[in-house]
Design a protein around this ligand. Structure first.
Ligand code: ZN
Length: 80
């Protein structure tokens, strides 16, 4: 039986914008800010990590375009 994975992909986009996490090659989340790797892709873990450690980030870049840009910058510096 085949299952659609569309929802899963959308979740990963949400991680990036909402919690500054990207997916590594193993499909697990990596924090863009601390480069910390998580062993479970549980949204609640990512959310906790982000809200506890980076409260100032979310204050500085509230959701929306500003946040998206800030996260994109982080991603760029990661790839460079
Ligand atoms: Zn982190």
């Amino acid at each position: 039986m085949q299952r659609k994975r569309r929802n899963e992909n959308r979740n990963k986009v949400d991680w990036t914008v909402n919690f500054a996490f990207i997916q590594n090659l193993n499909g697990l989340p990596t924090c863009l800010i601390s480069k910390e790797k998580f062993t479970h892709n549980k949204k609640s873990n990512l959310e906790r990590h982000f809200t506890r450690k980076y409260a100032s980030f979310s204050t500085k870049y509230p959701t929306g375009d500003a946040r998206k840009k800030a996260v994109e910058e982080l991603q760029k510096s990661q790839e460079a």
